[in-house]
Design a protein around this ligand. Sequence first.
Ligand code: ATP
Ligand code: MG
Length: 292
Amino acid sequence: MNHEHQIIPPGRAVHLADYDPASRCGFSDRTDATEKLESDVARLSELQERLHASNSHALLVIFQAMDAAGKDGAIKHVMSGVNPQGVTVTSFKQPSALELEHDYLWRHAQALPERGRIAIFNRSHYEEVVVVRVHPELLRARQLVSPEPDPDSWGKRYEDIKAFEHHVVRSGTVIVKFFLHISRGEQARRLLDRIDQPNKNWKFSVSDIEERMYWDEYVHAYEQAMSHTSTRWAPWYIVPAEHKWVARLVVADVLVSTLSSLDLRYPEVEAQQQARLAEARTVLQRSLEKRQ
Ligand code: ATP
Ligand code: MG
């Protein structure tokens, strides 16, 4: 799969209207894509084992989207083959009182993956330049040092986020950022579905309807954030998410190609350790023979 259409080159001004949320990425339908998705899920499982064994890198996957775009489903499906011991998913909600006492990157830094592991951020530090930009009154909760409104506060946040991510990448963690792209109409259909289907009622939140009123403001905040923070070291991908199977396919494909490019190897066993393995083998075999 070619990601030319999804990846945002550094410095590109993003206009979401230029990206088709209903794209099928060259596949005719869901069944046409099933085989590819299944093989990517299996490949991901293998690559995660190598990531763990080689203990040289970590992977951070960031998901951002409008409500009901399918972040949860994408995470569930794409990661379905991966050993749960190697992955941590953190869903970032409104910050707690303790978190608000710290700088806004603090809680995200704590959830970064250890070497050998995958961390998924279901929402992330980008909320600080998206929901907070749409509702600037949220800034007041942070009791910032300067009480004066700063005309370039968003520009400064983009700089800080880029620097934070660069530091993380230089320390051996690979970062991939996904924006799941749906249209406003599709969001309405999915929210209606949550109301009409009793077993989906629990997913419905009145705040989804309230936030929907700010659709254009969210689009603007996302466009600005992605235009300023897609970097060589931590690129943004705009994932067509109107068809859930397409979103899952693209996410799985990007993760497989990202991990494959790391050339992860199983550690080579040194001669001394080889000798120990041979000794252990003899001991185990003898014990089996005695029992017979
Ligand atoms: P779904 O798509 O299923 O609704 P969700 O990710 O929206 O899942 P919710 O529990 O509905 O999960 O919402 C989490 C809320 O927390 C979001 O509205 C998000 O904007 C908000 N949030 C996350 N980080 C911050 C932040 N730093 N400041 C303020 N609000 C935040
Ligand atoms: Mg929500």
